[in-house]
Design a protein around this ligand. Sequence first.
Ligand SMILES: [Cu+2]
Length: 130
Amino acid sequence: MTNVDWLVIGGGVGLIIAIAYYFFGPKKGVKVEEQDEGQKVEILVEGAYDPAVVEVKVNKLVEVVFDRRDKGDCTEWVIFDKLPTKEKREVKARLPEGKRTVVRFTPTKVGTYSFTCGMGMVRGKLVVKK
Ligand SMILES: [Cu+2]
């Protein structure tokens, strides 16, 4: 047999294995939702967000506790800009002075998103990772 014959046979056998694998091989697992396992982050609000950069995991409930201590109107509201969430609503909250306010959402897309005060002056970053 020539080299070409062997190539043809090899290719044929390879194809058969590929087809068999396709039909009988291991199936891709369905990802189990870990909805209850939340992740909690605390941010001190005092003229700035501390920490200003927060990392969370995608598709897991996030609880951000904003502890607002400053008196100015500036940081009264916090808005997470263009953040895709499972809840499909804009993530924003009023942060009463001297109180801890919990903001809950489930980010659905990996990326870096900003959160700001109502006027966009005080800024922080939410890094959503895989
Ligand atoms: Cu402001």
